[in-house]
Design a protein around this ligand. Sequence first.
Ligand SMILES: [Zn+2]
Ligand SMILES: [Zn+2]
Length: 407
Amino acid sequence: MRAVTWHGRHDVRVDSVPDPEIVNPRDCIIKITSTAICGSDLHLYDGYIPGMRAGDILGHENMGEVVEVGAKSTLKKGQRVVIPFTISCGSCFFCSKQQFSACDNSNPAETADPSEIAYGHSMGGAFGYAHLTGGYAGGQAEYLRVPYSDVGPIVIPDGLEDDKVLFLSDILPTGWQAAVNCDIEPGDTVAVWGCGPVGLFAIQSAFVLGAHRVIAIDHFPRRLQLAKSMGAEILNYEEVDVRDALNEMTGGIGPDACIDAVGMESHGMSVDNIADTIKAHTYLGTDRPHALRQVILACRKGGRVSIPGVYGGMADKFPIGALMEKGLTVKSGQTHVQKFGRKLLEMIGEGKLDTTFLISHRSSLEDAPDMYRHWHDEQNDYTKIVLKPDMAKGDIKTTKELADVDA
Ligand SMILES: [Zn+2]
Ligand SMILES: [Zn+2]
């Protein structure tokens, strides 16, 4: 089959590789119908995530049609399923607490050991995300093997097209969990750093969960415009001092809850961020936590901090004093997709959540290397890219063209 593979920093290719096979009775194989490129794939593209090997198949936002089932899979051939990016056994200590992304069984010991050294405990498994998370092949390919197919996959009813449900695999539940982790109370103001896909879905989710006001922070005009269209007030950090502006907008108190949907590759030209960037490029540090520093300093006393943004290693100049003295509550973590997926599917079916507005480009697998480059270099125009294996090479559809076709 054809698959999108990683070969090093800024080197993504499309290779012919062996088709996946059932290796455990609980597995199934799906034929991919849609797979998205995630913001966190850019961390792989930029070479910041350890444990990638040349030839690894990328992709953790996957859906498709079941074409083969193991003896203990609960799925049937022909079903359409969305696959959570987290791989979870469903029955270990963590899975039974619905902390699915912490699954203790899905990451084989031989690959989990480095993450145990780095993080104190080993990570759960994930698709297409380096050997520290199990080394599982991703789904930016024609076919995907799905382990524990009796636990994770979300069966999609007929009538809900791929574009409406694909993001149940990751970014929608990730945005949702980010808002849930804010413990939103009536009247709350929630500030969101980063209007990428997760930030935008966190904004949408915060309103659904009862936030009175949401303030969105970014510098890409198109992304800020999308945030505004969802009802958020917007701040362009290139035009204003974010902390001053937030204080002014909240009567000097600060936002009740703050979401860092930026993560380890913060943009911007602040002094701390320039120092972090130099350290990252010289391998003296890994993460650039500028947004997180600002979140902690901006949040009101006694407020809540939610971190869906991905961090990988060590952060420098972390304002632990502000965190402790202000009595902030911090919640974080990879998403427990299996906990939220079915509820969110219901809300999509009822029209309470719509995520299709985010997709800016659709293309074939063969065009993926170009799409990675655009996604990396043109974040204003490329808000979300969906790869469809049945599209022809070179047939790239932008939202505008699709709208024209629809009209
Ligand atoms: Zn993702
Ligand atoms: Zn488990």
